[in-house]
Design a protein around this ligand. Structure first.
Ligand code: DGT
Ligand code: CA
Ligand code: CA
Ligand code: ZN
Length: 579
């Protein structure tokens, strides 16, 4: 068996970062883009290569001869000489160091050359000794931020981003399902509940020959260590540090086992209590009409989850809602909300293009959006204050509007491209574009990109002032959090939600690694009747795939289709924006 897509992607991505450190032009972006494409391929690169050789690899978008040959080398030997030599030249733990918010490849190389920083421990030592603050291009502020970010990272240690785990979990699901001994393989645990970070991946398989399945599972190429290996249960550690659990169950227990291993634990405990109250017993093998542990009793449900919930006297509960925070009581009363579905989005209201810091043209973005099944997208490039992104000033945004008119004609209704902006909120809550320009746009999004450290009251007032502008439709990434990277800025979220209600401003569920509205915030919005938008914040065409994670978050916050404006057709969606 060969190396997986996500491993190939990781290496290509790192090559891009090494090249960026050496100030090589253009190539870093190309590698990053290819890495994303490979990661999201439906088919394993190994299979593509087996079927069509080098030529077939070259047909993958963005892959030229030179990258195709590198993938070939990886598939054949599991190694890549070019990558090894890049790594040797700069012996820094790039992956670890770039997890620090604000540290890109270029700062990493500087820190290595000037201070010999190779890893996180070195970085922490240098920052604590005040050496980074004295470095040209860094300063005291950066040093403080680095220390804060290290602290934050340490807190989340041992957990992985859902965005990284889900593709891997799906690949494992597929691999196992292909084995002749396996009738079914599915992901359970926190991955199935789509928690934003996960402790490990749990997989459940139905098989009559578990030994074979376990042999296969424990000898996969990613496995660095076997933690446990048994007939029904095995656990392995991948070289990436991620643990994976596999349970094999007989078909008649599938529903009960899936329910048990999906969790959450609190949800399970509550279900078991209900079973006991009815004089039954619930475990991972099924629901039985006996209370004593010794007497097995007769199995009365357990083949499917639907049957299990029904027999317990309640409606089926979606995995994203299973946290025992009120869902069980609603299911018993048949009053569960019908949460938004994964196919329900009709548009995307935040995307960036090569007019600023995105990597694709408006036309490419629109084409990809069509492929992703979207009916409309808003182009929301940054504004001039974000100079490093080449943010748009009045003149360029007017020019962009003209370009969008031209493209809308060209697409002839296949998709509607909306004129928008991600307008910077300045320190005092005023905006980076004048009202006359905002008035000409279809969708005005605003966001905070600076002065993250204002005192709570001042930060809250600043954002509220922006929301009060009658042209402002959506508050983009409302809290500034980046999962496992950066805390939210200090602000009163309840006041922001109240202000959204009062001013009719939409709050964004940002689907990228930000996910700054947490599930609990989304539930508050739903209860308050504040509408939300789920946006990819795509900076490249491939990133529309991120929308799935925004939908997952919305589902964890119990949002229905009616709560999400871009789950509505274009004209309906317009109805939710300020006039
Ligand atoms: P994670 O991995 O920390 O992100 O969270 P989970 O929910 O995936 O937890 P994990 O992997 O420890 O266990 C998977 C599921 O198995 C969990 O959601 C519920 C079930 N489970 C594990 N331990 C217990 C337990 O002691 N009691 C009950 N009722 N269920 C358990
Ligand atoms: Ca787990
Ligand atoms: Ca587990
Ligand atoms: Zn951007």
């Amino acid at each position: 068996m060969s190396i997986s897509n996500s491993e190939i992607a990781k290496i290509l991505y790192e090559i891009g970062e090494y090249l960026a450190m050496q100030n090589v032009p253009f190539k870093p972006r190309a590698y990053e883009k290819v890495a994303l494409t490979i990661e999201e391929l439906e088919e394993e690169a190994g299979d593509i290569y087996k079927k069509g050789g080098l030529k077939a690899l070259e047909e993958i978008p963005g892959v030229g001869v030179s990258i195709a040959e590198k993938i070939e080398e990886l598939l054949k030997t599991g190694r890549l000489k070019y990558y090894d030599s890049l790594k040797k030249k700069t012996p820094v733990d790039l992956q670890e160091l770039t997890r620090i918010e604000g540290l890109g490849p270029k700062s990493v190389i500087k820190l290595y050359q000037k201070l010999g920083v190779k890893n996180l421990a070195d970085l922490e030592k240098a920052a604590k000794a005040g050496k980074i603050g004295n470095l040209e291009g860094f300063g005291k502020k950066t040093e403080e931020n680095i220390l804060a970010s290290i602290g934050f990272l340490k807190k989340g240690e041992g957990r992985f981003l859902l965005g990284n785990a889900l593709p891997l979990a799906r690949m494992l699901e597929k691999r196992l399902a292909k084995l002749p001994e396996v009738e079914k393989a599915v992901v359970a645990g926190s991955v199935r509940r789509r928690k934003e970070t996960i402790g490990d991946i749990d997989i459940l398989a139905i098989s009559k020959k578990p030994e074979k399945v376990m042999d296969y599972f424990t000898s996969m190429p990613e496995v660095a260590r076997i933690i446990a290996k048994g007939e029904t249960k095995s656990a392995v550690k991948f070289s990436s540090g991620l643990d994976v659990d596999l349970r094999v169950v007989p078909e008649e227990s599938y529903g009960a086992a899936l329910n048990y291993f999906t969790g959450s634990k609190d949800h399970n405990v509550a279900l078991r209590k209900i079973a006991i109250e009815k004089g039954w017993k619930l475990n991972e093998y099924g629901l039985f009409n006996a209370t004593s542990d010794k007497r097995q009793g007769k199995m009365i449900a357990g083949k499917t989850e639907e049957e299990l919930y029904r027999t317990l006297g309640m409606d089926y509960i979606e995995p994203e809602m299973r946290e025992n925070t009120g869902e069980i009581e609603l299911a018993q009363k048949h009053q569960l909300p019908k949460i938004i579905g994964y196919d329900d989005l009709q548009g995307d209201l935040q995307t960036q293009t090569d007019w600023t810091d995105g990597s694709d043209s408006i036309e490419n973005m629109a084409n990809e959006a069509i492929k992703s099944g979207l009916k409309y997208i808003a182009i929301t490039d940054h504004t001039k204050r974000l100079a490093m992104t080449h943010g748009l000033d009045e003149k360029r945004i007017l020019k962009q509007m003209g370009e969008i008119d031209r493209l809308n004609k060209k697409f002839g209704g296949k998709i509607t491209i909306l004129k928008g902006t991600e307008c910077d909120i300045l320190k005092d809550g005023s905006l980076d574009l004048p009202d006359e320009i905002l008035a000409k746009l279809d969708v005005v999004g605003v966001s905070v990109h600076s002065n993250f450290n204002l005192p709570r009251a001042e930060q809250t007032e600043r954002i509220k002032r922006a929301m009060a502008n009658p042209h402002v439709d959506i508050l983009f990434h409302p809290t500034g959090r980046i999962v496992q990277k950066r805390e939210a800025y200090d602000l009163d979220i309840d006041e922001i939600i109240a202000c959204a209600k009062k001013t009719g401003t939409i709050l964004e569920i940002n689907a990228s690694e930000r996910l700054d509205l947490k599930d609990e915030h989304i539930r508050k919005c739903v209860e308050a009747g504040v509408k939300m938008a789920i946006d990819s914040d795509a900076h490249a065409a491939a990133q529309f795939l991120l929308l799935e994670f925004g939908i997952a978050q919305a589902r964890r916050g119990w949002a229905t289709r009616n709560d999400i404006i871009n789950a509505r057709p274009l004209q309906k969606m317009f109805g939710y924006l300020k006039k």
